[in-house]
Design a protein around this ligand. Structure first.
Ligand SMILES: [Zn+2]
Length: 188
């Protein structure tokens, strides 16, 4: 699937899992989300959800070297993606399900993917704790370190995932994947 190959980090929750586990490394350098992909996920949404996403992204000023760019997709399905050009997409359904700290955690997870693939950089080294871990666990681990630097509680990532887990429209495989990640994360 062409779109799937271009995505470097689908996925906090990936109801639309494009590759096994939701994340893959794209070969197309700095490719942006194609308009048809954006359209497929409901198109770009302005307004209150975008404002909350931008406020959350602002917490990474001084931590991430380049500005963190976020967009909101007008979809009720909770999901997040990062693209090789550094753009992060969150769905409106995800934002509505989370508090402000949890939105920061979701962005931090996506930044974990972008940092791992070299599409973003930090003011100090954050990677390399568990070089053998899978993409999702690695992004979560990096996210926790980013949360420390943005004065956001580490528990925000765990509670964000829990808020998605309680939805009744998740597949069994996604539910299992979320549970595994939740069990690896600190509750405080
Ligand atoms: Zn991910």
């Amino acid at each position: 699937m062409r779109l799937g190959a271009a995505i470097i980090g689908s996925i906090l929750l990936g109801l639309i899992l494009l590759c096994c586990g939701g994340c893959s490394t794209g070969s197309a350098a700095a490719s942006a989300a194609p308009p048809e992909w954006v359209h497929h996920h409901g198109g770009i949404l302005q307004g209150a959800e975008l404002h909350r996403a931008e406020q959350a992204a602002n917490r990474f000023v001084g931590v991430i070297n380049n500005p963190v760019r976020v967009q909101v997709l007008a979809s009720d399905q909770p999901a997040a993606w990062s693209w090789p050009d550094g753009q992060i997409f969150l769905t409106a359904g995800l934002i509505r399900a989370l508090d402000d700290d949890q939105i920061v955690a979701v962005i931090g997870h996506e930044l974990g993917h972008l940092l791992r693939s070299g599409q973003a950089s930090t003011t100090e080294a954050l990677l390399g704790i568990k070089p053998d871990s899978d993409a999702e666990s690695s992004a979560d681990e990096t996210c926790l370190r980013l949360l420390d630097r943005t004065a956001t509680p580490r528990s925000s990532l765990r509670t964000a995932l829990c808020n998605v887990l309680i939805r009744n429209d998740l597949s069994e495989s996604l539910r299992a994947q979320l549970l595994m990640r939740i069990n690896q994360l600190p509750s405080r």
